[in-house]
Design a binder for this molecule. Structure first.
Ligand code: LLP
Length: 454
């Protein structure tokens, strides 16, 4: 049986003569050419997932289908923004930095939406200058700022209001964003959402077109989205009753779960959207609303499974456990600086010995990094061939979302680059950092990387 579950690994992954190939490129040739650690993006996998979300939304909601906004926070580079642009999806950015990257890809402003709970005036002005179609407002101060800055530019800016529907998605508590005690959105229950709508109505520079909500991450079923849709539609009904017009846009956010390990059972985009569509139809009818344009913001579900991280094993160490069992610590050349999700969220991943087949029996291993911290763990417990040794390559699956995008320089470790592979070709889309990059921001006279000292 293959150890490469197609629900977890990118579509093009195979074993050829014992060695993992991605996009037709062998991992040893990738390691030799680009070094490790390195993020490997299966370009056609990314494109097919993006297309499936786009098609599923259109087929399910038909004339009421809005946009698929790819959530750039999961991962973005100029090349990836170009791919998303060419596939016809829209994009969601939440900082000036993300906007700068998509602008470098000439992403059309009319297909960009800007999020963020604390956008600076500079970021708002940049969005207005660039012609960002929609700004999602998240505080009363921000409503005032967008209104004032749009006024200065003589613009009437389209906005959507981020609502907190009070729905708690069942996922890890640190990444749940829609319970009451959180920083995001205007609470519907407390009346804050309605005050925001009243404020917006006073501004001649703002045009409110709809409501938005994002309820959490790594959600596997439709119930939480269904409940959210109902809350948002009830809010739209109140708006209609009080204003005698309807708001046309409904954005349900992202958070659609993916399989990191065998036990994860994500619902397919088609099934998920069909279920939500049913709820939207029934409730629009119940509330006497026309059906709003329905949009989504998947990040992880598009980029997550499309990328793999390739590491090289540096050391192994056998540890005796209290119960008499043993565990093999396998230390690789990256760690919490390129994957913080295990230590931050207790996230699970799967990995394989990538450069060779092994008939050795499998044993319990813990894959750890090179950082000076015991919590520097990539996978807590995984079965790997017992003969895994220094120099071997380890591939960790489904690291595309919130891996490179949350990477840091902890311990002054350079962040890995990203290569895109397809049809036997590999190209760099983000180069790996070097010691010179680390020193580039350090203002000290004469600071030069080791080896460049005179
Ligand atoms: N839309 C909004 C407004 C969001 O805040 C997010 C994620 C998304 C869409 C995309 O969610 P996705 O489909 O990628 O789950 N760093 C965490 C997740 C935090 C996500 C924050 N917002 C992680 O590594 O799991």
């Amino acid at each position: 049986m293959s150890d490469l579950n197609p629900l977890i690994w990118p579509h093009s992954v195979t074993r050829v003569k014992g060695e993992i190939n991605i996009g037709g490129c062998s991992v040893t040739s990738i390691a030799a050419k680009f070094g490790t650690p390195i993020f490997i993006l299966d370009e056609s996998d990314l494109k097919s997932r993006a297309t499936i979300w786009q098609k599923s939304l259109q087929e399910t909601f038909q004339e009421h289908a809005g946009d698929v906004f790819y959530a750039a926070k999961a991962f973005v580079s100029v090349e990836v923004a170009k791919m998303i642009k060419e596939l016809g999806l829209n994009i969601d950015v939440c900082t000036g930095g993300e906007l700068a990257v998509v602008a470098a890809a000439n992403f059309p402003g009319e297909r960009i939406e800007m999020h963020g709970n604390n956008k600076s005036e500079t970021e708002i002005a940049q969005a207005l200058d660039y012609g960002v179609a929609t700004i999602v407002v998240d505080s009363l101060q921000e409503i005032e700022r967008v209104s004032r800055l749009a006024g200065l530019q003589g613009k009437n800016q389209q906005i959507v209001i981020r609502l907190n529907p009070g729905v708690e998605a069942h996922t890890h508590e640190y990444i749940t964003t829609a319970i009451e005690d959180v920083k995001f959105g205007f609470s519907i229950a407390s009346g804050a959402a309605w005050s925001a709508v009243t404020e917006i109505a006073k501004s001649p520079n703002l045009r409110l077109v709809g409501v938005h909500s994002h309820i959490g991450s790594q959600i596997f079923s439709s119930e939480a989205f269904d409940a959210t849709a109902v809350k948002l539609l009830e809010f739209l009904k109140r708006y209609k009753d009080e204003n005698r017009v309807e708001l046309p846009e409904l954005i349900i956010g992202g958070g659609f779960g993916i399989a990191y390990v065998e036990s994860d059972q994500p619902i397919s985009p088609g099934n998920l959207l069909r279920q939500i569509h049913k709820v939207v139809l029934t409730n629009c009818e119940r509330l006497g609303l026309s059906i709003a344009r329905f949009s989504i913001e998947p990040g992880r579900a598009i980029i997550g499974p499309a990328m793999v991280t390739l590491y090289k094993v540096g050391t192994t160490k056998e540890i005796k456990l209290k119960d008499g069992a043993t565990r093999l610590y396998v230390a690789v050349d990256g760690g919490m600086s390129d994957n913080i999700r295990t230590s931050l969220y207790d996230a699970d991943y799967t990995a394989v010995l990538a450069n060779r087949d092994s008939i050795a029996t499998k044993r319990d291993c813990r894959i750890v990094g090179k950082h000076c911290e015991s919590g520097d763990v990539i996978i807590n417990s995984i079965l790997l061939p017992s003969d895994v040794e220094p120099g071997d390559l380890i591939a960790v699956a489904a690291t595309g979302a919130y891996g490179r995008s949350m990477a840091s320089n902890y311990n002054h470790v350079p962040r890995p680059g990203v290569i895109a592979v397809q049809s036997g070709m590999a190209r760099t889309i983000i180069r790996s950092e070097t010691t010179s990059d680390l020193l580039a921001l350090d203002i000290a006279e004469g600071a030069k990387p080791i080896g460049e000292r005179s």
